[in-house]
Design a protein around this ligand. Structure first.
Ligand code: TMP
Ligand code: ASP
Length: 237
């Protein structure tokens, strides 16, 4: 599938048109940013690891009946995906308190939540992606009530599927971020699921195996991403 015009460039990915109006190519870069782009670096090979990990997880979700934008991996950094109209909402699912939740509620990182928690953030860099609730989403028209119900159900199912999958890989799925979009009128999962967008802790040591190593200057980023790749895909690259 030929790469045509660049349609959009984000912090970690580029979207290219193809000859088919319904499909686009999602290219995974090595660039990493944090704190709304204030911290920047390049992590060698990150794009390859994230594309491989995301592909495996999208396939798993499709097998379990969750519609996603994934079609196939075209090359180590290029994923052919359905062209969706992205909803301007980030959905965060949490199983363990960490990051902004731990800070906001004044609890220790690592506290296991009694039930999964879903949060919504309005995608707007200038505003720093503020947290919003279902009323804001409805009142602002960012998604219809029906779309929101569908997205909520999907997010909880995805959490269930991924939690079980990662447990088998000896990884604790702490939290993760999802993005959904509309394809032919239906809400489907888009974006990526990778150590950039999830918190993964080693089940035995609770060692961080995700982008927090970059956000918090912990070092060992490439090793961590490679280890996730090895456990998830079964290969080291
Ligand atoms: P948070 O604790 O910083 O709110 O992050 C929750 C989860 O969402 C965590 O797994 C990292 C992911 N995330 C993104 O994918 N993109 C972002 O811009 C942010 C802030 C978090
Ligand atoms: N990717 C986000 C940014 O650069 C933040 C993050 O993942 O922490 O703002």
């Amino acid at each position: 599938m030929e790469k045509m015009k660049k349609l959009y460039e984000g912090k970690a990915k580029i979207i290219y048109a193809t000859r088919d109006k319904d499909t686009v190519i999602q290219y995974f870069k090595d660039d990493a940013t944090a704190f709304n782009g204030k911290k920047k670096d390049t992590i060698e090979g990150k794009g390859i690891y994230n594309a491989a990990i995301s592909s495996k997880l999208f396939l798993l979700l499709e097998e379990k009946g969750i519609p996603t934008h994934f079609i196939k991996l075209l090359s180590p950094r290029e994923m052919l995906v359905k062209k969706i109209q992205i909803l301007p909402i980030e959905v965060v699912a949490r199983n363990v308190a960490a990051g902004s939740l731990a800070k906001r509620l004044g609890v220790d990182e690592g506290l296991v939540l009694k039930k999964p928690v879903l949060e919504y953030y309005y995608k707007d860099d200038a505003l720093g992606d503020p947290m919003v609730n279902e009323f804001h989403i409805d009142a602002m028209g960012w998604a219809t009530k029906k779309q929101l119900e569908s997205l909520k159900g999907s997010a909880l199912k995805i959490n269930n599927i991924l939690q079980k999958f990662f447990l088998k890989k000896k990884i604790e799925l702490v939290d993760f971020k999802l993005e959904f979009g509309l394809y032919k009128g239906k809400v489907i999962l888009g974006d990526e699921i990778s150590p950039d967008t999830c918190r993964f802790w080693d089940l035995n040591t609770r060692e961080k195996m995700d982008k927090d190593r970059f956000r918090r200057d912990l070092g060992g980023i490439v090793d961590a991403y490679q280890e996730v790749m090895k456990r998830v895909v079964g290969a080291k690259c």
